[in-house]
Design a protein around this ligand. Structure first.
Ligand SMILES: Cc1ncc(COP(=O)(O)O)c(C=O)c1O
Length: 426
């Protein structure tokens, strides 16, 4: 469900042909659809409405201030994992109590910033962190509101093992069986209000079962802790809900809610959910232009002006992104699958200009024959694309545009060569 569609053979974002955006703002260019963000947010909140949860958009997935403002205006809070993300959320005008702060290595400075801001909850990930926080919090006249991130020991069966986070092989959280001991030791420390649990099992999680198991274990722990006399009023179930990469592959939020809601309803818990990808990924594309093509006799390469610097997911996770020319008369794809049912497609690797063999955006992909200057769209780039970008090979970062109906708004200008050296001192 997104507002990118071919009309008259031309790819549009909402009411605008994307080739016009490329002409005006240059390439590579991230293009986001405001309407798609709204639709996805509405669908997600509707699905989980019986829990009246606090939705905290995961800033790491798409961190642009205008996107955060848009989601904030819809009622979203924010999940942040660094002082920088906290800064962004505050800059975007988020009420501090709607910010949750996770992260396995928060520094004393970052914990201090979180206390200064008065964030809604600090999700601690180790006893060491809890101990540092209990010292930091003494300097403030309000207690630190704290949840313990637990390891539910659930394999989320994510497409790549780098994105599984809910087992003892991963660095996140504390083993669930150690959580009660932390409550016994810290829940009565006067500067702490230790009264919640947090979990995030991975991303994307394409089936509901891992959530059911993890939440079931968390709820059992809540009961145990309450049985010992502790107040536990919050359960943050993290994010990880999927997006469509290949076709309509992602289960809708309603399918998750249908089985998660009954586990949590009526338990006197403030439920927090931290979706990122499922709100943002399909709300963005990356536009890129063909610079050169060449054939090595073994492989055909299409070299485009976007690279692993703009989209690292293929290199990092071997992730699949659908790619297609923005002008596709007679060959408008019916879905986003690898094999499209058209005659005359050419197998090629779509690669960037970065000096790494790992710099590819697609490998062995059947595409219409591409020529210099052709404009190509890489889909599902609203999440973990720009936010994971880099300046490697001294490439200035690309611009971002947010389209709302007929209105394109430049929400991040393209970086210049001066930006590359701005922070350096000689
Ligand atoms: C703690 C936490 N919450 C939420 C998310 C968001 O995940 P997703 O974008 O898949 O919803 C992440 C992603 O890494 C995370 O680490």
């Amino acid at each position: 469900m997104n507002l990118f569609a071919y009309r008259g053979g031309r790819l549009h974002c909402e009411e605008l042909p994307v080739d016009e955006l490329a002409e005006r703002f240059g390439t590579p260019l991230y293009v986001y659809s405001a309407g798609t963000f709204r639709k996805h947010y509405a669908r997600f909140t509707r699905a989980f409405a019986p829990l009246d949860p606090l939705i905290c958009f995961s800033v790491k997935s798409c961190a642009n201030l205008s996107v955060l403002r848009l989601l904030g205006s819809l009622g979203s809070g924010f999940d942040v994992v660094s002082g920088g993300e906290l800064f962004r959320a505050l800059q975007a005008g988020a009420p501090p109590e709607h910010i949750v702060f996770a992260g396995v290595g928060k520094t004393q400075e970052e914990l201090t910033e979180a206390m200064q801001a008065g964030v809604g909850r600090i999700n601690v990930e180790s006893e060491s962190e809890l101990s540092v926080l209990s010292h930091v919090a003494r300097r403030f006249d309000h207690p630190a509101r704290v949840a313990v991130r637990i390891i539910p020991e659930v394999d989320a069966r994510t497409p790549h093992h780098y994105t599984t986070t809910g087992t003892k092989d991963n660095k996140f959280g504390v083993p669930i069986e150690q959580a009660a001991a932390l409550f016994r030791k810290y829940a009565r420390v006067p500067v702490l209000r230790l009264c919640g649990l947090h979990l995030h099992i991975g991303s994307p999680v394409r089936t509901v079962e891992p959530y059911e198991t993890a939440i079931g274990r968390a709820v059992a722990l809540v009961d145990e802790l309450r049985g010992e006399g502790f107040t536990v009023d919050t359960l943050d179930i993290g994010g990880g809900f999927p997006a469509d990469y290949e076709r309509a592959e992602a289960l809708p939020a309603a399918a998750y809610a249908e089985r998660i809601v009954p586990l949590l309803e009526g338990r006197g818990l403030r439920v927090v959910i931290e979706p990122g990808r499922c709100l943002a990924a399909n709300a963005g594309i990356l536009l890129t232009r063909v610079i050169h093509t060449k054939d090595t006799g073994r492989r055909r390469f299409v070299i485009v002006d976007a690279a692993m610097t703009e989209l690292i997911r293929p290199a990092l996770y071997d992730a699949y992104h659908f790619i297609w020319p923005t002008y596709a008369e007679g060959r408008v794809p019916v879905d986003w699958s690898r094999e499209q049912p058209f005659e005359g497609l050419v197998r090629c690797d779509v690669v960037g200009p970065v000096c790494e063999s790992g710099d590819f955006l697609a490998r062995d992909r059947a595409l219409p024959a591409l020529r210099r200057d052709d404009l190509v769209a890489i889909f599902t780039c609203g999440a973990y694309a720009m936010s994971m970008s880099s300046q490697y090979n001294s490439r200035p970062r690309a611009a971002e545009v947010l389209v709302d109906g007929r209105e394109p708004r430049l929400i991040r200008r393209r970086e210049t060569y001066d930006d590359l050296v701005q922070a350096e001192r000689v």
